[in-house]
Design a protein around this ligand. Structure first.
Ligand code: NCD
Ligand code: ZN
Length: 358
């Protein structure tokens, strides 16, 4: 059995910088037509200048890899998001929008990896000025929605903020990033301008996979994995390709040493599409995979309107063919003198990627 996906999109991806960028980027660039690249570097990507430089660094890295490996990876489009820090002004946001950077990422201060420069008060006049400018400029607001409360209640507690922002800025598109709690799902029905990205790990794993046996730090991420009920409700959204939800892996690589010290983030970029195909096939939902990994995001983010590369995708699509055949996820991926452990490291997957047309 085979399936060919047209222009797969990963709407939430961490590529990092330096040597890590060079090692992890090809996994995504091979399989996806584009990805939303998260800006939580040190220092954060919070100006036009930094966003342009980061985008160029990603493109250069892909170019070098493609040249060295004679692989046509160039068709991958990095959609770099801007980090909402205290120093980002409405004027800077306007310059960003003019230059095609139309995604803004809000991290509540301290909520996750590299969020120290995030926003301490989401509901205050300074933040409202930014949201109002974003609304005017057609910028999409991507939010890591977690409070500082009890770890399993954080996303639920943030719900009040989602409601307030969705009401106050009705023309601002707001993405609930890596939705993880079934109690957040009704917000998607209640508010026209709320959408969500969904990871592979939140639809296949729960808290027992992190802490049910010996502690598995490779399954530690923010928002933390939740209950089987949450996992099932989110899996249903994915399998039905709910029109307000799209795929965003939140692949977030950390070195083995950092993971052992408690860094949050799951490196899921290796064999991602085969894992999704395996999952959708198992649940007789392969017919909905195209919508979940591409079509929904095209519509939600209106990509053809503001991403030049996307205008060519209809006539000249990136096609990724997957087939039902065994494929082993590598045990680890070397980066300089350290290692990364991918999601499902060393496991056999029932599907593999066979062919790509750039
Ligand atoms: C991400 C990272 O490592 O940058 N970590 C994570 O657990 N998901 C940040 C984030 O998206 O929260
Ligand atoms: Zn993330």
């Amino acid at each position: 059995m085979q399936i060919t996906l047209k222009n797969p999109l990963d709407m939430h991806l961490h590529l990092r910088d330096g040597a890590l960028l060079d090692v992890v980027t090809p996994f995504s660039a091979k399989s996806f037509a584009a990805a939303v690249i998260m800006p939580n570097l040190t220092p954060p990507i919070d100006s036009l200048h930094k966003a342009q430089a980061y985008k160029q660094a990603i493109k250069d890295s892909i170019h070098s890899y493609a040249k060295a490996h004679k692989q046509p990876l160039e068709s991958f489009e990095p959609l770099c998001a801007l980090y909402l820090s205290d120093s980002l002004t409405p004027q800077e946001l306007e310059s960003c929008a003019k230059h095609g950077f139309k995604l803004l990422k809000l991290y509540p201060k301290g909520a996750t990896t590299n969020s120290d420069n995030g926003i301490a008060q989401v509901l205050d006049s300074k933040s409202y000025e930014i949201f109002s400018a974003a609304q005017e400029l057609g910028i999409i607001l991507c939010i890591h929605g977690e409070s500082g409360g009890f770890v399993l209640e954080r996303e639920m507690e943030f719900g009040a903020i989602f409601r307030e922002l969705a009401t106050r800025f009705p023309n601002l598109k707001i993405i609930i990033e890596h939705i993880s709690d079934h109690r957040t799902i009704p917000l998607l029905e209640e508010y026209d301008n709320l959408y969500a990205t969904l990871t592979l790990h939140h639809i296949t794993l729960d808290l027992s996979n992190l802490a049910g046996g010996a502690l598995c730090h490779h399954h530690f991420c923010k928002p933390v994995l939740k209950t089987p009920k949450d996992k099932q409700a989110l899996l249903d959204l994915a399998l039905n390709a709910h029109s307000k939800v799209c795929f965003g892996s939140d692949s977030a690589p950390h070195s083995l040493e950092a993971k052992q010290k408690g860094a949050a983030g799951i490196f899921s970029a290796v064999g991602l599409l085969p894992q999704l195909a395996e999952l959708f096939h198992k649940h007789n939902a392969l017919h909905n995979l195209q919508a979940f990994v591409s079509d929904n995001a095209m519509k939600i983010y209106d990509l053809a309107c503001w991403v030049q590369a996307a205008q060519a995708w209809e006539d000249n699509p990136k096609l990724i063919t997957l087939e039902q055949a065994p494929y082993k996820i590598p045990e680890s991926i070397r980066v300089l003198d350290s290692n990364l452990t991918p999601l499902r490291a060393g496991e056999m997957i029932a599907w593999r990627e066979i062919e790509s047309k750039a």
